[in-house]
Design a protein around this ligand. Sequence first.
Ligand SMILES: Cc1cc2nc3c(=O)[nH]c(=O)nc-3n(C[C@H](O)[C@H](O)[C@H](O)COP(=O)(O)O)c2cc1C
Length: 187
Amino acid sequence: MVDTTANKLTKKEVQGNILSPLPIALVGAQVNKKPNYLVIGYICPFNFGKHIFFSLYNKRYTREGIHENMTFSVNIPSENLIKETELCGTKSGRDIDKSALFDTFYGELKTAPMIFQCPINIECEVTEILDYNPNEGIIGRVIKSYADPQCLTEGKLDWRKVHPILWVTGGDYNFYKLGERIIQKKE
Ligand SMILES: Cc1cc2nc3c(=O)[nH]c(=O)nc-3n(C[C@H](O)[C@H](O)[C@H](O)COP(=O)(O)O)c2cc1C
């Protein structure tokens, strides 16, 4: 039998979000007729990947485009885009033109700009906005997902070739890289 009292005594409470690491995403929107991108760390798949959920502070410039068009994109940068990613996460589109950092392309949605240099791109249509003042929970339905052919192995997405940037929270707010595969699942 497990002694829960004793277990509790060996645990220490820690502050902040520890549902982590999280893949860094560059969320894109068309703001004042230009693509704009910001870093979103608090992002996750929802409804078995048919939807995506993320947390958006209500002062973000990108928010204006998301509300106007009700569309957005999710772009996963590789480690080699760390500089551009940091810029997108520290400077606002109100102050600098972040559209110039990347080549933009569009899929089905003509108001969800995607980043050509990111190996993974997803276009989404907003289905719900939750008010958690001063933040919003944005829920988007995935319209289409894309990957660079160099990131596929035998036609399937291979995350070791994507080299995503992982962000940890709950004390150490740094970026990490993906580790090694620990199990080879059978097909
Ligand atoms: C690692 C990291 C994670 C971030 N996560 C979020 C987030 O989840 N939600 C959010 O609103 N801002 C987040 N930000 C902050 C925005 O990316 C940043 O304020 C950006 O400059 C806003 O750009 P904009 O005003 O052009 O929209 C994050 C920044 C960094 C560096």
